[in-house]
Design a protein around this ligand. Structure first.
Ligand SMILES: [Zn+2]
Length: 468
């Protein structure tokens, strides 16, 4: 069902009224803009598809005529940009994968001369050459626009003090959020990662109201605050934007409880832009996609066959406005589901479900597929253990084993062996009911696992590579 422009207008008026009442104590400039760019975020879906089609044609043309890699790829497949007549025709075009980006290090995928690039970023590849991405001035503007939308989605306004705990540098997270937050007028505190006690001090002294980082690090920050004798929930932090690693609903609850905040998820990856492509609104029921800038598809991870709305599979993304580095049908390895139904917030953009895992994180334990996110949701559902865990996979003889190490919650530690045994057994049983495999469980003392300032290292696979 298409939503008419008038409906949206009325709806927005209604929402604004509601907000104004809530913000009565604030000054006039504190009135919140609920939707950053209603023109595109509340677009009629037919109109949106027409816009996507026009932009997709331009993008294919740009990639084919300016990037030898794409020309060769399309030629090998026997397709030309002119073969695209309707949006669905994108399926005729070949996928690109991470290795393609790596192989073209450093500048092989750029569609503009170096002179037109105003920024470079790169992945933190742990092995070999990183993946390099570049931006023209217009790309940076579009990036800030997309991030302005997601921070507004999360409820951040020009009145917020936003502390960015992502590491500034080649990684896209910090700079991406930074410019979008500035665009909405928030006061940005670019602390960068690490030095947790200082983070807490600044948070307190600067009156930070919005916290930006990885969910695992921001949960760790709550612990640090408590150790410093500061109740994190008593600090003015009211909203969090978390991304860059998969996290569960339970972890959201932990964050919200610890900080007394609304914790929101957002999604993006350096290969297609950085943060910005999608984020959650106040209803936290999927992340709204900037569909005027990106075309999202879902495919079967095994066969690459396209899947319908509502079916779970791997996200595939095509950029629609990137000048410097158009990316065609990029296999993200992220597992999600797309939902095109209008949202209660008034936006008409499709939503993607929280990413529940990555195809390359998927562990195969004695022939059974296991996503670390499944383990996390089991752990988070059990009282008495902390949200810090690690998964060890190894081989004994010819058999795989999986060991889940998880910290006991400080306040639930009774010191009684009997209680520990019961808790361990409970975790083991729950894991079995979800995974259908027997996992070993090892309870750890509180705070014994190493805390990361970036993405938490959750999985250690000790099995010999190349199989058996
Ligand atoms: Zn919404």
């Amino acid at each position: 069902m298409a939503i008419s422009g008038d409906y949206i207008k009325n709806y927005n008026k209604f929402k604004e009224k509601k907000r104004n009442i809530k913000n009565m104590q604030g000054s006039a400039d504190k009135v919140q803009t609920m939707i950053w760019n209603p023109r595109f975020e509340c677009m009629d879906r037919e109109e949106l598809r027409a816009l996507q089609l026009a932009r997709l044609k331009e993008t294919l043309e740009r990639a084919y005529s300016r990037v030898p890699f794409y020309r060769n790829l399309f030629d090998a497949r026997g397709v030309k940009p002119a073969d695209l007549e309707k949006l669905e025709d994108i399926r005729k075009f070949p996928f690109t994968v991470k290795d393609n980006l790596r192989e073209n290090y450093p500048y092989g995928l750029f569609a503009v001369p170096l002179k037109q690039l105003v920024r470079l970023h790169a992945s933190s590849g742990t092995t070999g050459k990183p993946i390099v991405v570049g931006y023209t001035r217009q790309d940076l503007e579009n990036w800030a626009e997309c991030v302005a939308r997601i921070v507004t989605l999360a409820g951040v306004t020009g009145s917020d003090v936003a502390q960015v705990t992502f590491g500034y540098g080649l990684f896209t997270g910090a700079f991406g959020l930074h410019y979008g937050l500035e665009k909405v007028g928030a006061t940005v505190v670019p602390v960068s990662s690490g030095n947790s006690e200082r983070q807490i001090m600044l948070m307190k002294d600067f009156g930070t109201t919005a916290l930006i980082g990885t969910p695992s690090y921001c949960l760790h920050l709550a612990e640090v605050a408590a150790e410093m004798g500061i109740d994190p929930a008593a600090l003015p932090v009211r909203v969090g934007l978390f991304g860059s690693e998969a996290w569960s609903e339970k972890m959201r609850q932990e964050l919200e409880q610890a900080w007394g905040m609304t914790a929101t998820d957002n999604y993006g990856l350096s290969e297609i832009m950085g943060p910005g492509p999608s984020g959650e609104c106040e209803y936290k029921n999927g992340m709204h996609i900037a569909e005027d800038h990106f075309l999202f598809e879902v495919v079967d991870p095994e066969t690459g066959e396209p899947l319908d709305y509502g079916q779970e599979g791997e996200l595939v993304v095509t950029t629609l406005t990137k000048e410097a580095m158009p990316v065609i049908r990029y296999r993200t390895r992220d597992i999600s589901v797309l939902n095109p139904m209008p949202c209660d917030c008034g936006r008409t953009t499709a939503r993607m479900r929280k990413v529940t895992g990555r195809t390359d994180d998927m562990l195969i334990i004695s022939g059974v597929n296991v996503f670390p996110s499944q383990i996390e949701s089991v752990l988070m559902s059990i009282e008495g253990i902390a949200p810090h865990y690690q998964i060890i996979v190894g081989k004994r003889g010819h058999l795989d084993y999986i060991e889940v190490q998880v910290e006991i919650a400080q306040d639930k530690f009774t010191g009684q062996f009997r209680d520990l045994e019961a808790l361990e057994e409970k975790v083991r049983r729950r894991l079995f009911s979800v995974l259908s495999i027997n996992a070993r469980v090892r309870l750890l003392e509180p705070k014994s696992l190493e805390r990361s300032t970036g993405k938490a290292r959750r999985i250690i696979d000790n099995r010999p590579k190349n199989g058996l």
